[in-house]
Write a protein that binds this ligand. Structure first.
Ligand SMILES: [Zn+2]
Length: 301
């Protein structure tokens, strides 16, 4: 069992990581991939990864990235009138590049990164011009991260989310991946909830699809359909912890830990095994193998 997408420096995970990892190991847990979102969590996540790897024999892999939502958050945390979004994004990109170079030997992937055409409509009261500007800034950052993924031969953990029925976000992400990567960028579309047509385009590029607790939710019917359409050889498992506890945890109020954490991947494997009409062990071993193929660091000879 593995967890290919988790934010270990976010509360309450960071305070509970020792217990949570032990629980994961007790359920045959092998690897977790710690994602980062912006310059505020690089140092915390890198330090926590090192500590955990000393205690639990290299169980944590590291991904360094820029989450697309950091740009609208930047706008909202600063006074819009005198806020220079371009300068702000450039600062994020420069620092990202510095941290990546410094830590290249312990970095397994570039992530979390990608495009998000969803959140900007939820808050911020952005004008349509500002929204277009935000999208362009996101695309620009994602292009740069793709170039670096190619340069360093690193796989990517990609976030691509839009309003229901809007394919433009996944389309733009795929266009950027194809243009910048020339077919050689490897990666995973994490927490994919988009259309079936776009799923096929992602699979055509040889990419993996990350499924999480949404597949266990009563309203997750469309995601269960996506699981059904994705070959097991292209599936990765994730929690996106501390977000998205599984339905079993959401339903049972007596369970004290109420957040997404690596051991909950077990619930996700169980439901995927049912959808695919196969055994738990089969899903576990094929997806573990997928994880190793994509994220295990290549040893340079
Ligand atoms: Zn995430």
């Amino acid at each position: 069992m593995h967890d290919s997408h988790i934010h270990i420096s976010m509360s309450p995970l960071k305070e509970n990581m020792y217990g949570d990892i032990q629980e994961f190991i007790d359920l045959n847990g092998k690897k977790i991939l710690a994602q980062t979102t912006d310059i505020t969590d690089y140092q915390d996540t890198i330090a926590l990864t090192e500590t955990l790897n000393k205690k639990f024999k290299n169980i944590v892999d590291l991904a360094i990235g820029i989450h697309p939502n950091v740009f609208e958050e930047g706008c909202m945390n600063n006074q819009l009138e005198d806020f220079d979004l371009y300068k702000y994004s450039q600062k994020q990109i420069n620092l990202f590049e510095e941290v990546l170079k410094e830590n290249i030997n312990k970095t397994n992937a570039i992530g979390e990164c990608g495009l998000d055409y969803y959140n900007m409509y939820l808050y911020g009261n952005f004008t349509s011009i500002q929204i277009e500007e935000l999208k362009e800034i996101q695309r620009r950052a994602f292009k740069k991260l793709c170039q670096l993924a190619k340069q360093y031969d690193l796989p990517m953990s990609i976030h691509a989310r839009a309003k229901d029925g809007d394919n433009s976000c996944v389309k733009d992400a795929l266009t950027i991946l194809a243009c910048e990567g020339k077919g050689s960028i490897r990666g995973c579309f994490h927490s994919y909830t988009g259309s079936k047509e776009m799923l096929n385009s992602i699979l055509d590029l040889g990419m993996y699809i990350g499924f999480n607790a949404i597949v266990t939710y009563p309203n997750g019917e469309n995601v269960r359909e996506l699981v059904n359409l994705t070959p097991i050889e292209n599936i990765l498992l994730e929690t996106d912890g501390p977000f998205l506890p599984t339905q079993r945890v959401r339903k049972d109020k007596k369970i004290q830990k109420r957040y997404g954490r690596p051991s909950l991947v077990k619930d996700i494997i169980e439901i995927i095994a049912k959808i695919k009409d196969t055994t738990y062990t089969n899903i576990e071993s094929i997806t573990d193998n997928n994880y190793t193929k994509l994220f295990e660091k290549k040893v340079k000879s």
